[in-house]
Ligand binder design. Structure first.
Ligand code: GLN
Length: 448
C-alpha cells in the first residue's frame, strides 16, 4: 500500500485518481496482515484495487466524472465492490473517467483529462481511462471499470494492459451508475488474463439486487483450459484489410493470425455485413437509454443544485441540469430524447432495436462455426489529447470494433499485442459466445 501511495503521488500529473483512500487503505492492509498471520485471509488478500468513479462505495464520494454529483456520498456499496472487499481486497481510491462513462478518450471528465503513461500527450482511451492508466503505471494492481461499448477494452488497448468485458448479466450492476442499462457491464482491468479471471470469478454470480443478473453457476475461470483440439477462429476481415485501420495495427493482427495458423489452429476471415450498422445502432440505443437513466439527476435528488435565477421547479431542473452536465452528456441526452420522441420513435428507436436483433443473429451465425472471433481492439493507437475533441463522430469511430460485444451481450477481452513504431500499445480483441469466459481467458492466457 505504501509503495502504491508513493507512486500515485509521483504520477499525479497523469490525473488518474479523483480521490485516494490513503488512511483507509493502510488500515485495511493492517487488518489483512493480521488475518494472514492467523491463516484465514480471503482470496484477494493483498490485492490493491482502484475503482472507476461510477461504482458506489458506501460512505465514499461518487462523481461519475460529473459536476452534477458535487458533494454526493454513496449510500451503499456496489455488489461487485462488496465481493472484492469480502475477499480482503484493498480499495485504494476512485478513478477518473469520462462523465457518466460517455467517451472514448477521458477528455469528457469534469475533473480534467487523464494522460496515457506511454506518452502523456496522448489520451488513455475511455471511458475507464483512469482505471487503465492506474494499472499501466503501477498505481494499483488491478482496476474495476465499466464497459457499455468498449470502455474497459479500448483504454486497456491504448495502455497496453488487459481489459475484460464479461457476458451481459454475468456481474451484478447493483451500485453501478447506469448509462445504458441493456449494454452496461462491469469488468476488470489487469496486467494478466489470470488476474482478470480471478476478479471475474469473485464478482460474478447471482444477486438479489439486480434482476438482470444471471444465476448460472460461476466457473473457476482462473483454472479453465482450452479444449484439446485445434481451435476454430474467425477474424474480422476489415481488421487486417481496411484502410481505416492503422497500418501498425493491421500488421500486428496479421502476425497473430499467422502465429495461430502456425500453431495448427483453423483461422479464417469473416465478413460482417452489418459492420456499418454497429455504431449507429449502438449510439441510438445507448443515447435513448441514457436520456431515461439520467433523468434522475434533476438538481433535487442528488448533488449539484442551481440556486441563482431559479424561479420555479422547472427552471430549477433546467438550470441544475444545464450547469451540472458537461457538453457530451447534454448532447447524448438530447440525441436520446429525440430518438424516443413520439414522431421519431419508430424511425429511430424501433428501427435500431430491429437492427440489434439482426446483428445478434449474424453474430450467432459466426459462433455456430467458430470458437472465437478476433479483431484489433481499436482502429488506431492512442491519439493525441484534443485531436478528436471537437469532432464527436470521429471520436465514436474509436469504438467500431468494441461495440458489437455489447450490442449482442457477448464476452470479450482485450490483450496487449505489441506496440507501434512509436512505442504506443496495440490491443487484440477476442470475443467468445455467452458465458464462455472460461475459454476466453484460457485463450487470452495463451496469447498474452
Ligand atoms: N466510447 C463509448 C461511448 O462513449 C463506450 C463507452 C462505454 O463503454 N462506457 O459510449
Amino acid at each position: 500500500v505504501e509503495q502504491y501511495l508513493s507512486r500515485i503521488d509521483e504520477y499525479r500529473h497523469l490525473n488518474v485518481f479523483t480521490e485516494v483512500y490513503a488512511d483507509e487503505a493502510r488500515h485495511r492492509a493492517d487488518a489483512v496482515d493480521q488475518k494472514l498471520a492467523t491463516g484465514v485471509a480471503g482470496k484477494l488478500a493483498g490485492m490493491v484495487i482502484g475503482i472507476k468513479d461510477v461504482l458506489s462505495y458506501a460512505g465514499h464520494g461518487l462523481r461519475a466524472g460529473s459536476h452534477i454529483l458535487d458533494g454526493f456520498t454513496a449510500q451503499f456499496t456496489a455488489t461487485a465492490v462488496q465481493r472484492l472487499l469480502d475477499e480482503d481486497a484493498i480499495i485504494i481510491g476512485r478513478q477518473n473517467c469520462d462523465e457518466f462513462a460517455m467517451g472514448s478518450s477521458n477528455e469528457n471528465s469534469a475533473f480534467g483529462p487523464v494522460r496515457n503513461a506511454a506518452d502523456p500527450d496522448r489520451v488513455p482511451g475511455g471511458s475507464s481511462g483512469g482505471s487503465a492508466v492506474a494499472v499501466q503505471a503501477g498505481l494499483c494492481l488491478a482496476s474495476i471499470g465499466s464497459d457499455t461499448g468498449g470502455s474497459v477494452r479500448q483504454p486497456a488497448a491504448f495502455c497496453g494492459v488487459v481489459g475484460l468485458k464479461p457476458t451481459y448479466g454475468r456481474i451484478s450492476r447493483w451500485g453501478l451508475i447506469a448509462y445504458a442499462s441493456s449494454f452496461d457491464c462491469i469488468g476488470p482491468i489487469t496486467n494478466t488474463p489470470d488476474d482478470a479471471a480471478l476478479l471475474l470469478e469473485i464478482m460474478a454470480g447471482a444477486d438479489e439486487f439486480d434482476s438482470t443478473v444471471s444465476s448460472r453457476p460461476v466457473d473457476t475461470y482462473s483454472q479453465t483450459q482450452l479444449p484439446d483440439r485445434p481451435l476454430r477462429i474467425a477474424y474480422l476481415r476489415e481488421g487486417v484489410e481496411s484502410d481505416g485501420v492503422d497500418k501498425s495495427i493491421r500488421t500486428a493482427t496479421q502476425r497473430t493470425i499467422d502465429q495461430l495458423r502456425a500453431d495448427g489452429h483453423e483461422v479464417e476471415p469473416v465478413d460482417f455485413s452489418l459492420l456499418n450498422y454497429l455504431l449507429p445502432t449502438y449510439y441510438i440505443l445507448t443515447t435513448a437509454e441514457a436520456s431515461s437513466n439520467l433523468s434522475r439527476f434533476d438538481g433535487v435528488r442528488y448533488g449539484y443544485r442551481a440556486v441563482t435565477s431559479v424561479s420555479d421547479l422547472v427552471s430549477l431542473y433546467k438550470k441544475s441540469r444545464t450547469e451540472g452536465f458537461g457538453p457530451e452528456v447534454r448532447r447524448r441526452i438530447l440525441l436520446g430524447t429525440f430518438a424516443l420522441s413520439a414522431s421519431y420513435y419508430d424511425a429511430y428507436y424501433t428501427k435500431a432495436q430491429q437492427v440489434r436483433r439482426l446483428i445478434r443473429q449474424e453474430t450467432e451465425r459466426v459462433f455456430s462455426e467458430y470458437d472465437f472471433l478476433i479483431s484489433p481492439t481499436t482502429p488506431t493507437p492512442a491519439f493525441r489529447l484534443g485531436e478528436k475533441a471537437d469532432d464527436p463522430l470521429q471520436m465514436y469511430l474509436a469504438d467500431i470494433f468494441t461495440v458489437q460485444a455489447n450490442v449482442v451481450g457477448y464476452p470479450a477481452i482485450s490483450v496487449p499485442n505489441g506496440t507501434d513504431a512509436a512505442g504506443l500499445p496495440i490491443g487484440l480483441q477476442i470475443m467468445a459466445p455467452p458465458f464462455a469466459e472460461g475459454a476466453l481467458v484460457a485463450f487470452a492466457r495463451r496469447l498474452a
